[in-house]
Design a protein around this ligand. Structure first.
Ligand code: MG
Length: 251
């Protein structure tokens, strides 16, 4: 069942989203060669506490950190560690926060130092596909129109779409109905209605999109170890159009 949110509830979700956006901006600006992903996690945790909010991922099904930090071939759910970022890496940071019982969830991928043009393109296409999905998140459209819009952008660029992980509804829980795949034919699924809130999150690979889970039970990597990027926003569907609740500076 898809739970609709009142305008008042969406305002609270915007507060949660702004904590997430602020956190991502802080971590984004910090990223440089030599820092560990644990350093990023500490900065993220400090930020959430400063905001008097709660980290949404810490303790979620036993996840041990405030952010997921996924480097290079890691797609999502990377656990922050003592691994040092180095020139030529890419790092995906995913974070959630809880304010007054409501969740926000968003992610970005950033390059560390210099990367090849094909890597810059991977990030650009992934972000573009997210924005195509957001643009399709309109009252009256069907859910799979969002999925289709995302897929169109990625297919055109001949990149891989991860299928094992999908977007989701969000609200009083981190993961609510409906699942939001990043692929699919248009015109099916529930009609989008005012008050739905979706976390839209394409995960895109340079090589094969097949997934493997590492022994830590969390980290999802590409089976062929090709690079993977991830962008995400929490988006409210309103009569005035989609509203990005987790908006921050340039993502
Ligand atoms: Mg999510």
């Amino acid at each position: 069942m898809i739970e609709l949110k009142s305008p008042e509830e969406i305002e609270i979700m915007r507060q949660a989203g702004q904590v997430v956006g602020g956190l991502l901006k802080r971590v984004h600006d910090l990223i440089k060669p030599g820092l560990t992903t644990k350093d990023l996690d500490k900065a993220a945790h400090d930020y959430v506490i400063e905001c008097k909010a709660k980290p949404a991922f810490l303790g979620y099904r036993g996840f041990p950190a405030t952010i997921c930090a996924s480097v290079n071939e890691e797609i999502v759910h990377g656990i922050p560690s003592d691994r040092k970022l180095k020139d030529g890496d890419i790092v995906s940071v995913d974070a959630g926060a809880i304010v007054k019982g409501f969740y926000g969830d968003a992610a970005f991928t950033k390059v560390v130092g210099q990367v090849k043009p094909e890597v810059t393109r991977l990030l650009k296409v992934t972000k573009e596909s997210l924005y195509a999905g957001i643009a399709a998140s309109k009252v009256g459209n069907r859910l799979s129109d969002v999925s289709y819009a995302i897929q169109q952008v990625i297919d055109k660029s001949k990149l891989g779409i991860v299928r094992e992980f999908v977007g989701h509804g969000i609200g009083r829980a981190l993961h609510e109905d409906p699942p939001v795949p990043n692929y699919g034919a248009p015109g099916t699924g529930p009609r989008l209605r005012e008050g739905m809130v979706l976390a839209i999150e394409p995960m895109v690979t340079i090589g094969s999109p097949e997934v493997e889970i590492l022994e830590d039970g969390w980290t999802a990597v590409t089976r062929d170890r090709s690079l993977s990027a991830h962008f995400e926003h929490s988006v409210a569907i309103t009569e005035r159009g989609p509203q990005i609740l987790t908006a921050w500076e340039d993502v």
